[in-house]
Design a protein around this ligand. Structure first.
Ligand SMILES: O=C[C@H](O)[C@H](O)[C@H](O)COP(=O)(O)O
Length: 151
């Protein structure tokens, strides 16, 4: 059986913040798989967003983290994949609420938008918050219906 992991990816704009996030995951003993990129050399973000989103789409208990300069491109690409609920978060409140209300399964961050300490606070809330269900399940069901109707 596939071991559920956090899949993590970045482009050059997110590379440095990704190293800090990986250090934090290491410290917490949380297993992850880094799909690249592996340096601050210029690369194109859809490559890494697709790799993480496909993994999360295929392994629904998994989660992902994607970081580019703004987090926007990563979220645009990741949300094209079935079952993916990618959330671009810029503060820790968003990190908590997107788990509680949206059952976010991919966290997107902007390496040139969010400083390391704030990003680690966002990550902490995103990792430690459970989906609340209840009325939010209705919204998720509506999103799933859109996924199934997608042309
Ligand atoms: O949404 C896209 C991301 O923020 C990219 O990191 C950004 O577009 C890369 O731009 P550049 O190639 O100028 O560093």
């Amino acid at each position: 059986m596939q071991k559920e992991l956090i899949y993590i990816g970045s482009d050059h704009g997110g590379y440095l913040l990704k190293q800090a996030i990986k250090d934090c995951l290491d410290h917490k003993g949380i297993p992850y798989k880094d799909v690249g990129s592996n340096s601050a050399e210029i690369v194109r973000y859809p490559t890494y967003a697709e790799a993480v989103a496909v993994a999360v789409s295929e392994h629904r208990a998994s989660k992902g983290i994607l970081i580019c300069s703004t987090g926007i491109g990563m979220s645009i690409v990741a949300n094209r994949f079935k079952g993916v609920r990618a959330s671009l978060c810029t503060d820790s409140y968003m990190g908590r609420i997107t788990r509680a209300h949206n059952d976010s399964n991919i966290l997107c961050l902007g390496g040139k938008i969010t400083g390391e300490l704030e990003a680690l606070d966002i990550l902490e809330n995103w990792l430690s918050t459970e989906f609340e269900g209840g009325r939010h399940s209705i919204s998720l069901g509506m999103i799933e219906a859109l996924d199934n109707d997608r042309i």
